[in-house]
Design a protein around this ligand. Sequence first.
Ligand SMILES: *Cc1c(COP(=O)(O)O)cnc(C)c1O
Length: 469
Amino acid sequence: MNEKRCSTATAAVYGSEEMLHPAPTTTIPEEMTMPEIAYRMVKDEAAIETQPQLNLATFVTTYMDDHATRLMNEAIAINYIDQTEYPRVAVMAARCINIIANLWHSPETSDSKTGALGIGSSEACMLGGVSAWLRWRHRRMKEGKPVDKPNLVISAGLQVVWEKFCKLWQIELRQVPLTREKRTLCAEDAIKLCDENTICVVGIAGVTWTGLNDDIEALDKALDKYNAHTGHNIPIHVDGASGGFILPFLKPHHKWDFRLKWVVSISTSGHKFGLVYPGLGWVVWRDKSYLPEEMSFSVNYLGAEVTQVGLNFSRPAAQILGQYYNFIRLGRKGYQSIHNNSMEIAKYCHKRIGEMPCFQNYSDEVVNPLFVWMMNDNYNKTAKWTLYDLQARLQQSGWMVPAYSMPKSIEDMIVMRIVVRQGMSRDMADMLLRDIEDAVKELDALKYPTTSRLTYERQEAQLGKVFTH
Ligand SMILES: *Cc1c(COP(=O)(O)O)cnc(C)c1O
């Protein structure tokens, strides 16, 4: 045995041999390492990354209170799928589904609503999509019609999960373009893309790119007319990754959910505005008849019949406990006050950023606690920097504020986005705004354009735009 690698209890962590050598990158180490040393090596590796609270790029929960954190840590060893051993976890998941279904005005009269949980909205969206595809297939086969060309209609503001879903299940993805005028899904344009092979139209509540909401009520009306006229039966799946937990609390009268006739399934992320640490999504169906039978798998597992709807099998149970805790701890009023604060702080930042001479907001409205802004058109003519440079400057003070270009057909628009979540106070917002102002001052003082600016101008020049500096 190599004596040097075998640390003793008296060795200081940073006085150890291990800290002098590179970390393992390709092969497993032959010998053991003291836990204190292994812990520090892994911990330090991640230490230089963004502080989760300053990560304004993510929608995902970065703060839960001490009791929730304790509860979830205590459940860290529990596998959700072991329902025989932990039947109460399954009961709590079913209660969460009931609560969420009722928040979304489920018409299902049964005491146990039809839904499922997933690792995030991605899995929940997939389950909604698969159910739409199977229902369409059944209907077509019953009518003796071909089932080889399914398609799905959604706005170009889609989250990547819908591209994945369509690729994996070989469904044609039909995207309704966004334009400078049509900033969310245009119902009429969506209808134009529909035909007998459309498995569903997806409406998005809380478009990831912009924070805006598709007008799902308008889509429902348009589809109602279209379905009556054509005899088709095209339903709506609502991707409410963010909106699913915002709208019931902040806009209870706004109709986007099961109150609308053609909405038959809705998905959301428990780990976004459901306020649970990552690893949780939910999907609810209008009622049992919309969940195709072949999606429920009954397995005899560890001596019991377990019926499960999902793509995963094993998964952590802690998030379910966290979600159920939040429902009890916060109640409607708690969710309302937290989301309301986030909205107020988002609106405050939106106003202040909109007033800065170099910027303009993408939309006058803030409907979810996030928004995007762009460089002001006039200012952009002579600027020596881009929002990518601003992103890099803000990163130096610890903030992660992403800059990106918009989806197809408005991809020449470069925007920046802030998501305000629980954990962002007014004081933090003021610090951020000051850091933005300082960064802009520095960037404005540049003598020469930045590399990112030169690249941008080269691209724009090909489209015939001229810059002066
Ligand atoms: C975040 C998001 C998703 C994916 O959700 P995960 O919970 O990250 O899997 C899907 N759709 C929309 C609109 C989103 O914002």
